[in-house]
Write a protein that binds this ligand. Structure first.
Ligand code: KG4
Ligand code: ZN
Length: 347
């Protein structure tokens, strides 16, 4: 089974090839990012993102063809159809349907968050996944704890009540005058403060950890952003102060993510913890989650960095596993801005 996959739900135009008989293997993973464009506005303008998708999609398909994708080599096409920015989604969906019609191949619609989760299941057969799986999906648009009793059976047991974790990184970075996207920028600045933090642990900004003691598995990050805003002095922050704010903001976000995941592990009999989505590229989060797995004797799978932020390999991996376990594949679909993951579990 060789799948050509396309992902255009936000500001990345991505195309991949996933193949393999016993295990899915990512043969090609191309991503054309619009980061430089969105740096100008310090965030995404949906109309601008959609136009950039249109400009990039044909050259990306040409690159995939140059890498060997053709009607003769590809068995099926998979594409993100929901959720995301509607103008961006339409570009990928229509491109996939056009290729499918030209090459006479089936075209499958994949949910973006299913893609993020299945990015964790590269190079393993579907029956090697140990259930129940607890998945923490942390991205620019989502912060969700999802319990899976089996492949493609999703139960959302926690989600954010306001900002997503990635959104918190992005908004706090903006407050600190750091660039876009905020996650990697905060991370870089925070790393520069690490030694000083070790030397002066008492110099704390006391940022809150919203909902950390709440019994529910829900998250809230907007209060943290406001707390950072209120802590900003009148005068401009020095570079070292920026690094300090970044360090403590990153720590506060990660503390909440780890605490809620720990709570979720206590409430479920999860055998595997998956941490996925753009924020799972964060080194400190990866370290803490691996440690959490060790402490609880549970297997932790975090996709390799290239498969954490938006990419098409994850969409191909989801389609590969759906095909492999004979789960329903969504064949009649249109681009849709919003669909909850548990609304598509029956295909
Ligand atoms: O999954 P993704 O590429 O797009 C969405 O589906 O939203 O996630 C993008 C988010 C952005 O908010 C970005 O700031 C965050 O992931 N991100 C990070 C890191 N790399 C990307 N957050 C924290 N640390 C990182 N290293
Ligand atoms: Zn994403």
């Amino acid at each position: 089974m060789k799948i050509l996959s396309i992902e255009t739900s936000c500001d990345e135009t991505a195309i991949a090839i996933v193949s393999g008989e016993d295990k899915p293997k990512v043969e090609l993973n191309l991503v054309s990012s619009q980061i430089e464009l969105h740096k100008i506005t310090n965030g995404i303008v949906p109309e601008v993102a959609a136009r950039a998708q249109l400009e990039a999609i044909i050259p990306m398909i040409a690159e995939a063809k140059a890498a060997g994708a053709s009607a003769a080599t590809i068995d099926a096409i998979a594409v993100t159809y929901t959720p995301g920015l509607i103008g961006s989604l339409i570009v990928g969906v229509e491109a996939a349907k056009t290729l499918g019609a030209l090459w006479q191949k089936p075209v499958y619609g994949i949910h973006h968050l299913e893609g993020h989760i299945y990015a964790a299941f590269s190079e393993i057969n579907s029956d090697e996944v140990e259930f129940p799986v607890l998945a923490l999906v942390v991205s620019g648009g989502h912060t969700e704890l999802i319990l899976m009793e089996d492949h493609f059976k999703y139960q959302i047991i926690g989600s954010t009540r306001d900002d997503a974790a990635g959104e918190a990184f992005d908004k706090i970075a903006r407050l600190l005058g750091l660039g876009y996207p905020g996650g990697p920028e905060i991370s870089k600045a925070a790393a520069l403060y690490q030694d000083r933090q070790a030397a002066y642990p008492e110099q704390t900004l006391n940022f809150p950890r919203p909902m950390i003691n709440d019994k529910s598995l829900d998250f809230s990050f907007s209060g943290l952003k406001t707390a950072v805003l209120y802590k900003l002095p009148e005068k401009k922050l020095s570079n070292e102060e920026i690094n300090h704010y970044a360090y403590e903001a990153e720590l506060a976000i990660i503390d909440v993510l780890v605490a809620k995941t720990t709570q979720a592990l206590e409430q479920t009999a999860a055998a595997t913890l998956v941490v996925a989505g753009g924020v799972s590229a964060n080194e400190q989060l990866r370290k803490r989650m691996k440690q959490l797995g060790e402490d609880n004797s549970i297997k932790v799978i975090i996709p390799n960095i290239a498969h954490t932020t938006d990419n098409a390999a994850m969409i191909g991996l989801a389609a590969w596993h759906r095909n492999n376990v004979k789960a329903p594949l969504v064949k009649n679909f249109e681009a849709k801005p919003r669909t909850k993951l548990d609304e598509i579990s029956l295909g």
